[in-house]
Design a protein around this ligand. Structure first.
Ligand code: GLN
Length: 540
């Protein structure tokens, strides 16, 4: 099929963390709201084959797609904004590119040739850029180039973009996202760093078509003119991206600045129909006009870097809008929790969420938090490791199995109530080897959780090596912990609940990955509703 797809490249200048992902997702949203089909992909210039082996402190959360790819957290934004799934093809790293080229070299595909960065690495980058476009499924593909222009690591990507712009002619454009710093002492916005970063791009042979300028203050006409003059572009191609209250404001702000119009004009497409943002605006309206307020404690060990819990925080935002309930999130470091201070830490909580994680640090604090939520009948949601902690806590304190633990933390435990999955036992490689991606789960008829979902079969995404140990299934069920969600093929327990508790659910999967603006996840929606009920019932 002839490739008629249009390619939009998004590069970054001056500094990292400007929010290329949000700008890309916002532009995509505006184009989607005009009826175009669109996808976004991210190219990351590091040598890890995927971010699955990275500590969350490095790059925040690892986002898992339906097909089980461990990807950059920006893919979460793409899905949340567009409400359409991404896949392995949407996230490519330098490691993956090199690994592919080296595999080909070993197979003899380049026989006789010296394999080089240009053209072999750049060709592989170009092939991957066009992979999604060539499916014929998309009118536009936005490619976000990670890192900052001028970085050594980014050079092959910038060179590939230069070549593609040339080859694709009027089917490609470049948006450069940059920072306009404000110097308080001088009381001025400064354009020089942007001028330099555009010069850097120009020295690589790329003239950006649009400049998106992150700023804390409104860009005056003078500043816009100056930027246009020095960066060789029309003034309407200089787009202001002012700090917003929420990332979900950004599509609206970009529309006001005319980013979608500039892009459409660049591709000679009509601009007379307006994007349909009714639902998006209703979402924002509800988010900003809550009628209730709850206190939620999120217990985790990476709380210094909230990006580690990005999808959970966003899923709570979606639920907050759906329920018109302001969710005040208190991030609590599990390492700091003891049986002595737990009451002081959680006494105001209307909901307790114990987060996913790997490794033993902070485990006992998480178990303490589960115990508190169980005993005080506070709505509880345990995700992945959070569910495993709920199982351990129940075994120790209700079933009386004192030594109960997860084999991840104590292989000699007399009661490994959480154990390594059978298929994991012979795996030694760490990268891409967990139980990953979407699996079906069957829910017990009429169980509370089946009512939450409104269905008896669900599909959720996973990322773990350990599991509920089915040797203890009867003990738990008899003791009052039910297991209403099971995998139909493997019989693995995917969900636990506690009887005699208003809302206590643990899930072995990650529901947060599937929550979007258009479809807030039912578990989070219901959890927030339960928290509001808890508040009502406990406040006089
Ligand atoms: N460490 C646990 C496991 O591997 C939980 C993983 C998680 O929370 N994502 O099973």
């Amino acid at each position: 099929m002839a490739d008629t797809c249009k390619y939009i490249f998004v590069t970054g200048g001056v500094t990292s963390s400007l929010g290329k992902g949000i700008i890309s997702a916002s532009l995509a949203k505006l184009l989607q709201a005009r009826g175009y089909s669109i996808t976004i992909q991210k190219f990351d210039p590091y040598i890890n084959v995927d971010p699955g082996t990275l500590n969350p402190y490095e790059h925040g959360e690892c986002y898992v797609t339906e097909d089980g790819a461990e990807t950059d957290l920006d893919l979460g934004h793409y899905e949340r904004f567009l409400n359409s799934p991404t896949s392995q093809a949407n996230n490519v790293t330098t490691g993956r590119i090199y690994s592919n080229v080296i595999d080909k070299e070993r197979r003899g595909d380049y026989l006789g040739k010296t394999v080089q960065v240009v053209p072999h690495i750049t060709n592989e980058i170009k092939r991957r850029v066009k992979l999604l476009g060539k499916t014929g499924n998309f009118d536009f593909v936005i490619t976000e180039i990670g890192g900052t222009v001028g970085d050594i690591e980014s050079l092959p990507y910038i060179e590939a973009v230069r070549q593609l712009r040339w080859e694709l002619e009027n089917r490609a454009m470049v948006i450069h996202l940059t920072l306009i710093p404000y110097l308080r002492a001088a009381g001025e916005l400064k354009t020089k760093p942007t001028q330099h970063s555009v010069k850097e791009l120009l020295s690589s042979g790329i003239q950006p078509d649009v400049l998106v300028c992150r700023t804390e203050h409104t860009l005056t006409d003078d500043i816009r003119r100056k930027l246009a003059l020095f960066c060789n572009m029309k003034i309407d191609s200089v787009i202001e991206s002012i700090d917003a209250d929420t990332i979900y404001d950004v599509p609206i702000l970009m529309q006001k600045e005319g980013l979608d119009n500039v892009v459409l004009r660049r591709f000679e497409l009509p601009t007379n129909n307006n994007p349909d943002l009714k639902k998006w605006k209703a979402f924002l309206h509800n988010l900003k006009n809550p009628e209730k307020e709850i206190e939620l404690c999120l217990v985790g060990k990476y709380v210094e870097l909230p990006d580690s819990y990005k999808s959970i925080l966003e899923a709570l935002t979606h639920a907050s809008s759906d329920q018109k309930t302001k969710v005040n999130i208190n991030l609590i470091h599990s390492e700091n929790i003891t049986s002595k201070n737990i009451d002081a830490l959680l006494k105001n909580a209307n909901a307790v969420l114990v987060a996913p994680g790997f490794g033993e640090r902070g485990i006992e604090g998480k178990i303490e938090a589960v115990k508190y939520a169980r005993e005080k009948k506070i709505p509880f949601l345990g995700i992945c490791l959070g569910m495993q902690c709920a199982v351990i806590e129940f075994a120790r304190n209700v079933l009386g199995l004192e030594d109960a633990h997860s084999a991840e933390f104590k292989s000699s435990s007399a009661h490994p109530v959480i154990d390594l999955m059978e298929e994991q036992k012979n795996i030694s490689d760490k990268g891409g080897t967990m139980r990953l991606g979407a699996y079906e789960c069957e829910l017990q008829n009429n169980s509370p959780v089946s009512k939450v979902y409104g269905s008896n079969t669900i599909v959720e995404r996973h990322r773990h090596r350990f599991e509920f140990n089915n040797a203890y299934l009867d003990d738990f069920n008899k003791g009052g912990m039910t297991t209403p969600g099971r995998n139909p093929d493997s019989e693995l327990v995917e969900i636990i609940e506690i009887e005699n508790h208003p809302w206590f659910i643990g899930v072995q999967f990650h529901p947060e990955y599937k929550s979007t603006v258009a479809a807030p996840h039912p578990l989070f929606v219901n959890f927030v509703a339960a928290a509001a009920n808890h508040k009502k019932a406990t406040s006089k």
